[in-house]
Design a protein around this ligand. Structure first.
Ligand code: ZN
Length: 187
């Protein structure tokens, strides 16, 4: 998938904007263990979302979610690995999502993060996540409620999380890059 995103702060129509795809970057043994696990449930309508949430012990969540390169939201139990939820493939977004019922029917995503150490997606994944939620008939908060800033340290190669705007590797104290760089683009 080609990367041609607008600069941060600008807005493009979600339908028109190509979304970056993220490959799995987590531990190989986690991916291997996920091979036999069922993928997340695809949800492409409000009816499917309500049905899926109705089968969960706690419909509020949070749940594991991924957005496939097909743009489809997939939901799984929170204990599920993102790589299992995604069926092993690349994603346009991944994280955790919590829902609330809406008066008059339907659901709204009230908490949405990009917290996935398997995919470490950029916070710029939001438009793809929003589009998938909209396709699933769910309202959303208009942005990530928990935005995790992942960067790969060019000093030691480890993936670090930037905390409180402090772009320094927690492993070796090298400066971290300003732009997302965790993995090469998905071809
Ligand atoms: Zn480092």
């Amino acid at each position: 998938m080609e990367i041609d995103r607008p600069e941060p702060g600008t807005r493009a129509a979600p339908e028109a904007a190509p979304h970056r795809a993220y490959r799995y970057v987590g531990p190989p043994d986690v991916r291997d263990a996920a091979r036999g696990a069922p993928p997340g449930t695809p949800v492409t309508s409000a009816a499917e979302l309500s049905a899926w949430l109705g089968r969960q012990p706690d419909a509020a969540g949070p749940f594991t979610y991924t957005v496939g390169t097909d743009g489809v939201l997939r939901l799984a139990d929170r204990r599920s690995e993102h790589v299992a939820c995604a069926g092993g493939g690349p994603v346009l977004g991944a994280g955790e999502v919590g829902f609330a019922a809406v008066d008059g029917g339907g659901h709204r995503a009230v908490e949405v993060s990009n917290l996935s150490t398997g995919y470490c997606p950029d916070t710029a994944c939001w438009p793809a996540v929003a589009a998938a939620l909209e396709r699933a008939g769910a309202g959303h908060p208009g942005g990530l409620t928990q935005a995790v800033v992942f960067r790969r340290c060019t000093g030691c190669g480890e993936v670090s999380v930037v905390r409180e705007g402090f772009f320094v590797c927690v492993f070796c104290e090298s400066d971290l890059p300003a732009r997302w760089n965790v993995a090469p683009p998905v071809a």
